[in-house]
Design a protein around this ligand. Structure first.
Ligand code: HEC
Length: 144
């Protein structure tokens, strides 16, 4: 092999290494999970609700076995209501400070009260939290 040839081969190898490195960096940035947003409703759901209702809302959270009443499948709220997601009713159930006629409360914490410990007496902050949770539950609905 001539000296010129080996320079070419070295250049090609160098190029291939750079390309592979760039691909690895690119894949890394695509597969790494995004940073946790500690103010998002999804994060809030995971930390406050998933222990009973499960990550997907199906009702299989680790604490669900300890409850007298098993948590209902939150993915099927719209289906049980006949199709449309009953947002106002869901928000009242989550808040819990105004009892809903016909809705037994036997395991669900009263989130309206719990949230006062984190949001202070700021009712609009509590309302924003609950609205976020309602929207998150709506996003979990099974459509078929
Ligand atoms: C300690 C367990 C527990 C936790 C934590 C919990 N829930 Fe519940 N949830 C229940 C149980 C049990 C029920 C069934 C009704 C009842 O007993 O009050 C329920 C019912 C509900 C319902 C009514 C569903 C329906 O179709 O009637 C909604 C909505 C709901 N939970 C949302 C939430 C949200 C949002 C959170 C988090 C902020 C949460 N739950 C946290 C146990 C829990």
């Amino acid at each position: 092999m001539t000296r010129r040839h080996s320079i070419w081969i070295a250049a090609l190898l160098f190029g291939a290494t750079i390309a592979a490195g760039a691909r690895a960096v690119d894949q890394g940035s695509r597969t790494n999970p995004p940073r946790q947003d500690h103010t998002s409703a999804a994060y809030f759901y995971r930390s406050l609700c998933a222990s009973c209702h499960g990550e997907t809302g199906s009702g299989d959270g680790p604490a669900s076995d300890l409850l007298r009443v098993r948590p209902p499948d939150l993915r099927q709220i719209a289906r049980r209501a006949g199709g449309a997601f009953p947002a106002a009713r869901v928000r009242q159930i989550i808040d819990g400070r105004t009892p809903l006629p016909g809705h037994m409360r036997s395991g669900m914490p009263v989130w309206g009260d719990v949230l006062r410990t984190t949001e202070g007496d700021d009712e609009s902050a509590i309302a924003r939290r609950i609205d976020g949770l309602v929207a998150h539950l709506e996003s979990l609905q099974l459509t078929k």
